[in-house]
Design a protein around this ligand. Structure first.
Ligand code: GDP
Length: 296
C-alpha cells in the first residue's frame, strides 16, 4: 500500500510521544528528528522537509503544548495540521466555465496515465450528470486513440477523433466545435506525451492551449516516480501554467514523496488521485484525508 513505510514510521514516533505524560524539549526534538528522517526516506523534497519540521517545531516547543495534559496528542495534531497544509489545505475543486463547455486539457509524460485518467475523469463528471466529450489529440503513441475510444465505449461517452494524420491543434479545434454543436458541457482533451519533457512537446501543447483556451490544464504524474514527478511538475508548470495535478498509481507502493512535495514545490494543487487501473479509480484529492491516512 502507498505510504506504508512513512505511515508506520510516523505512527511509531507518535505512539511513543503520546505515551509520555510530560514532554521535554528534548523529547520533541528527538521526535522531530525521526519525522525528518521518515519524510526524507519517503522521498519528500529536502527543502520541503526542512521547512515542515521548522514549522512544527515552532509550534510544538511553545509553553502551551508543554503544559497541556496530553502534550503528545497536541504535537500529533500540529503535525496533522501541517501535513494537511503541505498538501494544499482544503480540497481544490475543478474550475467551471461561465459559459459551457468547460475545457480540460490533460498533459503529462508518456506512461503517466494520461489517457486512462481522461476516461476516469469523464466517468467522475458523468456521475455528476455532466456530458463530457473526449478528444483524442495523442496522434503519436500507437494505439492511444483506440485506447480512448475503448474507454469512451466503456463509459458511454462520445470520443472525437480525426485519426493520426491530422494535427493535434486541428483536432482540438474541431473537437471544441463538436462539443458546442452537441451541447457537451465538458471537453476533455487527451494530448500526447513524450518520455521526457522536450521543447517540441511543449510547443505543441502551447498551440493546443492557444486554440482551445482551457479552463483547466491538468498534469498527470505517476506518484511512483517520487521526486521525478515533482521535477516534471515543475517544468510543466513553468511552461504551461498548470491549474492542477493528478497523481496516479497511488494504489502502488509509492513512498509518498510526490504527494507531499508537489504542491509545496510548484504551488500547483493536487486535484485528483488515481488509485487503480479501473475506470472508476479516480477520486478528488482531499489533503486532510490524506494526512489522516498517513498518520493513522
Ligand atoms: P499515458 O501514456 O499517460 O496516456 O498512460 P496510460 O493512460 O496509457 O497509462 C499507462 C499505464 O498505467 C496503463 O497500463 C494504465 O493502466 C496504468 N495506470 C494508469 N493509472 C493508474 C493507477 O492509478 N494505478 C495503476 N495501478 N495503474 C495505472
Amino acid at each position: 500500500m502507498a505510504f506504508e513505510g512513512l505511515a508506520s514510521r510516523l505512527q511509531n514516533v507518535f505512539g511513543k510521544l503520546r505515551g509520555k505524560g510530560k514532554l521535554s524539549e528534548e523529547d520533541v526534538n528527538e521526535a522531530l528528528r525521526e519525522v525528518r528522517l521518515a519524510l526524507l526516506e519517503a522521498d519528500v523534497n529536502f527543502k520541503v522537509v526542512k521547512e515542515f519540521v521548522a514549522k512544527v517545531k515552532e509550534q510544538a516547543i511553545g509553553q502551551d503544548v508543554m503544559k497541556s495534559f496530553t502534550p503528545g496528542m497536541v504535537v500529533v495534531d500540529i503535525v496533522n495540521k501541517e501535513l494537511t497544509a503541505l498538501m494544499g489545505g482544503t480540497q481544490s475543486k475543478l474550475a467551471k466555465a461561465n459559459k459551457p463547455p468547460t475545457v480540460i486539457m490533460m498533459v503529462g509524460l508518456q506512461g503517466a496515465g494520461k489517457t486512462t485518467t481522461t476516461g476516469k475523469l469523464a466517468k467522475l463528471l458523468q456521475k455528476q450528470n455532466a456530458r463530457p466529450l473526449l478528444v483524442a489529440c495523442d496522434v503519436y503513441r500507437p494505439a492511444a486513440i483506440k485506447q480512448l475510444q475503448v474507454l469512451g465505449e466503456q463509459i458511454k461517452a462520445p470520443v472525437f477523433s480525426l485519426g493520426d494524420q491530422v494535427s493535434p491543434v486541428e483536432i482540438a479545434r474541431k473537437g471544441m466545435q463538436q462539443a458546442k454543436d452537441n451541447h457537451n458541457d465538458y471537453v476533455i482533451i487527451d494530448t500526447a506525451g513524450r518520455l521526457h519533457v522536450d521543447e517540441e512537446l511543449m510547443d505543441e501543447l502551447k498551440n493546443i492551449r492557444e486554440a482551445v483556451k482551457p479552463d483547466e490544464i491538468l498534469l498527470v504524474v505517476d506518484a511512483m516516480t517520487g521526486q521525478d514527478a515533482v521535477n516534471v511538475a515543475e517544468s510543466f508548470h513553468k511552461q504551461m501554467e498548470l491549474t492542477g495535478v493528478v497523481l496516479t498509481k497511488l494504489d502502488g507502493d509509492t513512498r509518498g514523496g510526490a504527494a507531499l512535495s508537489v504542491k509545496a514545490v510548484t504551488g500547483c494543487p493536487i486535484k485528483f488521485a488515481a488509485m487503480g487501473e479501473k475506470v472508476d479509480a479516480l477520486e478528488p484529492f482531499f489533503p486532510d484525508r490524506m494526512a489522516s491516512r498517513i498518520l493513522g
